[in-house]
Design a protein around this ligand. Structure first.
Ligand SMILES: [Zn+2]
Length: 283
């Protein structure tokens, strides 16, 4: 029995931590006040099995903006093939690479990606920039959701110039135009967009293809407006996520209990909404 789908899992491997993250790794760990331990894929699968979790693993390609090596779609899909009952994955494509649209299609059709993850701050692009609309058109055609990092960023936090990372591209409002132009495209805003969470809540109440994802936060710090809406009007469009390895899902699940959500809302947020949206067959 799976009790929750964790929609936001970064791989605790050297390839991501020292490769894709590299100079951003230490600052991010400090921001989350967590010790980031490297784990093998098989250890991660055991950890998730013990917690009765199904994890969505995230590929990563911000090569143009950061000059760091990607965690490729092929690499992550091979991990999913090894543990198909425990994990699925979201593809990453670098919006600045000329093959971005073709790679998105390949990742979904050939590698089995369930969605795609974008990071407007780390990839340094605006989702509302028409030059990237062909990506949203393709995702819409492939009938997959797109997950966007929104709000502030642990990466670069507490550093001079935020290590060159800009927050504005990750404002939720830049997704409003995308949601309006592509009504069939499910758009998931990660980290509930803080400090622009009110903006995001308004967007989600206005447009039914906008979803709110909870990762990167300890539930005890959730803003009050979020807690009210996720237990009420937005209970069908709120999704659980941890932001592993910075935050452990077991801790988030434990603290979520303290919010005293109605049992039916909780089940939707933890499992049912993700299962429906990603067409998962959870066992
Ligand atoms: Zn993340």
């Amino acid at each position: 029995m799976i009790r929750a789908v964790d929609l936001h899992v970064h791989l605790p491997l050297k390839e991501w931590l020292d490769g894709s993250m590299g100079p951003y790794r230490e600052g991010a760990a400090r921001y989350f006040r967590s010790e980031v331990h490297e784990r093998s894929v098989d250890e991660l699968a055991v950890d998730f099995a013990q917690e009765q979790l199904f994890g969505i693993l995230l590929a990563w390609d911000a090569q143009t903006a950061t000059a760091r090596p990607p965690l490729s779609n092929d690499f992550v899909s091979a991990i999913v093939k090894r543990h198909p009952k425990r994990f699925a994955f979201f593809a990453s494509v670098d919006p600045w690479k000329p093959n971005a649209v073709a790679e998105l299609e390949r990742a979904v059709k050939e590698l089995g990606a369930k969605g795609a993850k974008f990071h407007p701050s780390m990839q340094d692009f605006y989702p509302s920039d028409e030059r990237h609309f062909k990506l949203w058109e393709k995702a819409s055609e492939l009938k997959i959701p797109c997950l966007f990092h929104t709000g502030t960023s642990g990466i670069g936090a507490g550093q001079p110039g935020g290590q060159g990372i800009k927050l504005d591209p990750a404002r939720p409002i830049h997704l409003d135009i995308v949601a309006a132009r592509f009504p069939e495209l499910p758009i998931i805003a990660a980290h509930f967009g803080w400090p622009w969470h009110l903006e995001l809540i308004a967007m989600a109440l206005h447009k039914t293809n906008i979803y709110i994802e909870l990762s990167g936060w300890s539930p005890r710090y959730y803003p009050q407006e979020l807690v009210r809406e996720m237990g009420g009007r937005l209970q069908d469009r709120t999704l659980f996520g941890s932001d592993y390895p910075f935050i452990k899902p077991a801790r988030v699940l434990e603290e979520l209990d303290a919010l005293a959500l109605k049992p039916e809302a909780k089940v939707k947020i933890l499992r049912e909404n993700a299962s429906r949206l990603l067409k998962l067959e959870l066992r």
